[in-house]
Design a protein around this ligand. Structure first.
Ligand code: SAM
Ligand code: SF4
Ligand code: SF4
Length: 290
């Protein structure tokens, strides 16, 4: 069977993390026992991915940098011609690590920070100083950094200040995504009407400023119903897939079932996902080509 050659893989390389963010969607996905990718299989697994049309890997977790073996994996992936991007809480990024990431030409580091203000940031995340220093180290070494903030009731008032502070630091891209949560305490809908509107408006303004117009429009439609529906041409299960540390493939973060496994990729990755789009889809990541 012929495979497309433009597949992207979100690779959950570990379930371990040095943070315990209350909103973390991964804690709901994670099995009781923490999983860790077996790095001794990297060479073979990367070849398998290439053979099956994957040329873009977004490493995520847990916290990817918690395992120092990741560096060799990244080097190997780059040497095999993959586009490599990494989601990280940035707290473990030393100057040396930033230099290594620059040298191996990592395409993008997506660093998570909910506020520049320590008190606000630590209502949802941890180690604010280390995170900001990690981002500084990356910028100093010339690594392409994109910052992601999750919008909650804790940071919605301050998020524009955070955007300005990041801009001053030299961050070129800042995306604000709504928290995805069924927990009534965390979700934006728990805000009163006025604050809810301010939260959504701030999120739209920052995303528009960052030229993420379609993403902003989608948020506007989903939360304020002001713009007409734009149905994202979702790439999950088409060109984008998710792989767990034990190499199970899924068509989407939002789904718990496995569709295949890297060691047995004979099943055609052809997924029916009619009507699965919901608010949560825009909460976790932005999919290209909305
Ligand atoms: C699961 S984390 C893994 C990588 C790394 N540990 C980090 O925090 O960046 C990937 C991204 O998902 C975001 N995220 C986690 N839970 C979320 C939720 N419930 N709603 C929206 N975004 C969420 C995180 O803030 C982060 O930007
Ligand atoms: S740092 Fe990332 S993986 Fe870790 S708990 Fe927070 S959101 Fe989840
Ligand atoms: S649940 Fe959302 S992100 Fe997942 S496949 Fe469906 S539309 Fe795409």
């Amino acid at each position: 069977m012929e495979h497309p050659t433009n597949r992207t893989l979100f690779f959950i390389i570990t379930d371990r993390c040095n943070f315990t963010c209350e909103y973390c969607f991964n804690k709901n996905l994670r099995p009781k026992e923490r999983q860790e990718y077996d790095f001794s299989k990297s060479e073979n697994d990367l070849s398998l991915l290439k053979k099956n049309g994957f040329n873009h890997i977004i490493i995520t977790g847990g916290e990817p940098f918690i395992n120092s073996k990741l560096i060799n994996f990244l080097r190997l992936a780059k040497s095999k011609g993959f586009k490599v991007e990494i989601d990280t809480n940035a707290s473990l990024i030393t100057k040396k690590l930033a230099r290594d990431l620059k040298r191996m030409n990592i395409d993008t580091i997506y660093a998570s920070l909910d506020s520049f203000n320590t008190e606000i940031n630590e209502k949802t995340r941890k180690m604010t100083k280390n995170t900001i220093q990690g981002i500084k180290n990356l910028l100093e070494k010339g690594v392409n950094v994109s910052v992601i903030s999750v919008l909650t009731k804790n940071n919605f008032k301050d998020i524009k200040n955070t955007n300005i502070s990041l801009e001053k630091m030299g961050v070129k891209e800042h995306t604000v995504q709504p928290v995805f949560s069924n927990d009534s305490n965390l979700c934006l809908e728990s805000l009163n009407k006025k604050d809810f509107y301010i939260a959504i408006k701030n999120m739209i303004d920052i995303n528009k400023k960052n030229k993420k117009d379609k993403y902003a429009q989608l948020i506007e439609h989903l939360y304020l119903k002001k713009t007409s529906l734009i149905y994202p041409n979702c790439q999950m299960g088409k060109n984008y897939f998710v792989m767990t540390p034990d190499k199970k493939l899924k068509d989407c973060f939002h789904k718990s079932w496995m569709i295949s496994s890297l060691d047995n990729l004979s099943i055609p990755l052809n997924i029916n996902k009619d009507n699965c789009f919901g608010k949560h889809c825009c909460s976790m990541f932005v999919i290209d080509d909305f």
